[in-house]
Write a protein that binds this ligand. Structure first.
Ligand code: ZN
Ligand code: ZN
Length: 399
């Protein structure tokens, strides 16, 4: 059995050897953005890439057409840790890869390639999961329900950022679709016959604006109008809007749903229309695995990077939170640009395809593979991670 350091060096060498393939994938996905649940071409690219390195691929995996699972068993046998290597690839509608998920797809594939290259040296299984719909809809929650995380001992996923962060803070979040139904009428000749669905959206936006006065610092609510009528001379009989509610406090977050529902009911009543609220997919706060985070930190420092810590001013949401409540999980970030670059912006979109982003993508592939190897060659670490996860007393964590 080679020493872990030798194995890790081989894994990094495999990333370097596949550098062109990994970065071509990142750039191809960046240039061809597809929104949540519609990442058809990206999913094919990812599935073909890991199949080419020996993974047994299921695509689709579970109910989502753009979910991918690839499995690879170590040559020392199937009995051992089962480590999940995740990859996201959805883009933002109207913007593209302003969240840099192209780098996540490519680094996940890169880590899978690296682990395939050292499969002669571990027992257990590497499970690659291509996870759709992070930006909207919480695709990982569907994959959890479809059993695609069953039996896994760890889930590892890098995210690009403007700084290096081992830990991950997340706001609980939910997508909320609202539809108001009224009655159409000629807006000039008989407006009194109509009931204006758009009025209810206007009233709802006002109510939410006033609600914000009373929201604690850890809560957010924001949204857009999707449909506001079809012609200026028709009283709109249908108007729809899409919102997100969020909080770092899971208990408070639950109370936001009821308040939001009441605001929609009030707006509908005032406009004399009917209102429907659909809570269409949520993500939770994050439970970081200290054990896995400790391994990541050590690997990162060995490759010359330093944890800059979570920036409490800039917290988003991710369905990695949902995963983190089911099994030991980390969602560390690495910088692809300088501090202060706004995320979900044209600046972050451009940052996701620079030479600096490319080097970070390769580093992330290496670090995911190295952290997975720590676990694959030392099942005691997996046991420690589970004990910590379950809150069992006894052994301490590394983090
Ligand atoms: Zn993202
Ligand atoms: Zn994002």
């Amino acid at each position: 059995m080679p020493a872990p350091s030798e194995l890790k060096a081989r894994a990094t060498a495999a990333v370097t050897a596949s550098r062109h393939e990994i970065l071509a994938l990142s750039h191809a996905i960046h240039a061809d953005p597809e929104p949540a649940f519609e990442e058809h071409r990206a999913a094919v690219r990812v599935a073909e890439a890991i199949a080419g390195h020996g993974y047994a691929v299921e695509h689709p995996a579970g109910r989502l057409p753009t979910a991918v699972r690839g499995r690879l068993t170590g040559e020392l046998g199937p009995d051992g840790p089962r480590i999940g290597i995740l990859a996201e690839y959805d883009a933002l509608p109207g913007l593209g890869h302003g969240c840099g998920h192209n780098t996540m797809a490519a680094s996940g594939v890169g880590a899978a390639i690296a682990l395939a290259a050292v499969r002669d040296s571990f027992a257990g299984e590497v499970v690659f999961l291509g996870t759709p719909a992070e930006e909207r809809g919480s695709g990982k929650q569907f994959m959890l329900e479809d059993g695609l995380f069953d039996g896994l001992d760890a889930a590892l996923l890098f995210h690009p950022a403007d700084r290096d962060m081992v830990n991950c803070a997340l706001l609980a979040s939910e997508d909320v679709d609202v539809a108001f139904a009224g009655k159409a009428a000629h807006a000039a000749s008989e407006p009194w016959e109509g009931r204006n669905a758009l009025d209810a959206v206007v009233l709802l936006l006002q109510a939410i604006g006033l609600w914000r006065q009373q929201l604690p610092q850890h809560a957010r609510v924001h949204g857009i109008v999707m449909e506001g009528g079809t012609a200026a001379n028709i009283i709109p009989d249908r108007a729809t809007a899409r919102f997100m509610i969020r909080s770092t406090d899971q208990v408070y977050f639950e109370s936001m749903r009821e308040r939001f529902r009441a605001l929609v009911a009030g707006a509908a009543m005032m406009a004399d229309v009917t209102g429907e609220v659909i809570f269409s997919g949520g993500s939770t706060t994050m439970k970081d695995s200290r054990t896995l985070a400790g391994l990541w930190r050590a690997n990162m420092e060995a490759m010359g990077r330093v944890d800059e810590g979570v920036d409490p001013e800039h917290i988003g949401s991710s369905d990695m939170g949902n995963v983190s409540l089911v099994l030991p999980t980390i969602h560390p970030s690495l910088a692809i640009c300088d501090h202060g670059v706004a995320w979900h912006s044209v600046e972050s979109l451009q940052a996701a395809a620079t030479p600096r982003a490319d080097e970070t993508t390769l580093l992330a592939a290496s670090l995911v593979a190295r952290t997975a190897l720590d676990l694959l060659v030392d099942p005691a670490l997996v046991a420690t991670a589970w004990e910590e996860f379950r809150g069992a007393p006894g052994r301490g964590s590394l983090g």
